[in-house]
Design a protein around this ligand. Structure first.
Ligand code: NAP
Length: 315
């Protein structure tokens, strides 16, 4: 193995629960470990309020606080953390794998991809114009700006329920627009939203268009389509929070790693190994089904153990 200071046993790309857990395991296994955390480190929990289902925190814990604990634990075991995006990754040529940021290039004998997933938007043209002026995908980040205003959340999953409940702290009223009358959200979250006096749920509704206030340029309302009769009506609203799921962050690996039809990384049955020997994937970037902090963390541990065992075969 080379003694180059920029050569690592393992490079972990990503810093959500999967990336940091992989770093804790690799560090404890005495592997020379580099984590390219990304410029917005910590993953999706950085924009989550209370995490109530992560074991070990009976009173719940704020997402960013939980991620800070993960990070400190990774540092404690010697993982080197760099808060930059991986901008290039050459995996198909085999070892040494090459991964680069805008500032530096690194090589490694194994790579763990833990780049997670990113929030989806509706994709209607007017949405783009109003991002930062009333359209958001993060209530934790932007909810504060909607004090005493009326807002809407789009979606019927746990994220939508969580965003809506959080927004009740600021908004006078929170509407949930959902395109059907079945909710993917867990029963406990759906019931909390349904029972909240400030929340009103509108089923079979989609946003057709967003319009703004001519003077302020901010969102003033939406044209809301009723999918049962195709009618469209004005719905005055000052904020729109889109909570309709996520896309895996796999652009860097297209053409290199096997991806499924939704662009999630395909791994060998029950394992973290990808189609390239020495390259592993962990967390939401390979998991469109569970997508929980705890499952991502478990998946990070699995990838680290597989990477460690792979490295043993090289000696
Ligand atoms: P999700 O479960 O995939 O739900 C996405 C929702 O958005 C669905 O209701 C979907 O409608 C709707 N949707 C998708 N595309 C749409 C479009 N173009 N227009 C309108 N609506 C659209 O995603 P999620 O809520 O982000 O949750 C992801 C995972 O994270 C889940 O496993 C969830 O349990 C977990 N999570 C957990 C917590 C927690 O426990 N505190 C919090 C947040 C998330 P359809 O149902 O009609 O497809």
């Amino acid at each position: 193995m080379t003694k180059d200071k920029n050569h690592y046993d393992v490079i972990i790309i990503g810093s959500g629960p999967a990336g940091y857990t992989a770093a804790i395991y690799c560090g404890r296994a005495n592997l020379k470990t580099l984590v390219l955390e990304g410029t917005q480190r910590g993953g999706q929990l950085m924009i989550t309020t209370d995490v109530e289902n992560f074991p070990g925190f009976p009173e719940g814990i704020a997402g960013p606080d939980l991620m800070e604990q993960f990070r400190k634990q990774a540092e404690r075991f010697g993982a080197e953390l760099i808060t930059k995006d991986a901008e290039e990754a050459v995996l198909t040529k085999g070892r040494p794998f090459r991964v680069g940021t805008s500032a530096e290039k690194y090589t490694s004998d194994t790579v763990i991809v833990a780049t997670g997933a990113t929030a989806r938007f509706l994709g209607i043209p007017s949405e783009e114009n109003f991002k930062g002026k009333g359209v958001s995908a993060c209530a934790t980040c932007d909810g504060f700006f909607f004090k005493e205003k009326e807002v809407a959340v789009v979606g019927g999953g746990d994220s939508a329920m969580e965003e809506a409940l959080f927004l009740t702290k600021f908004a006078t009223k929170v509407h949930i627009f959902h395109r059907r009358d079945f909710f993917r959200a867990s029963k406990i979250m759906t019931d909390r939203a349904k029972e909240h006096p400030k929340i009103e749920i509108h089923t079979f509704k989609v946003i057709d268009e967003i319009y703004g206030d001519e003077k302020t340029g901010a969102v003033a309302g939406v044209k809301l389509k009723d999918l049962q009769n195709n009618s469209i009506a004005d719905f005055p609203i000052q904020g729109i929070f889109v909570a309709i799921g996520h896309d895996p962050n796999t652009k860097l690996f297209e053409g290199q790693l096997d991806l499924d039809e939704n662009k999630y990384i395909y791994t060998k049955c029950g394992k973290s190994a990808t189609g390239i020997d020495g390259v592993f994937a962990a967390g939401d970037v390979k998991d469109s089904y569970y997508r929980q902090a705890i499952t991502a963390a478990g998946s990070g541990a699995m990838a680290a153990i597989e990477a460690e065992r792979y490295l043993e075969t090289l000696h």
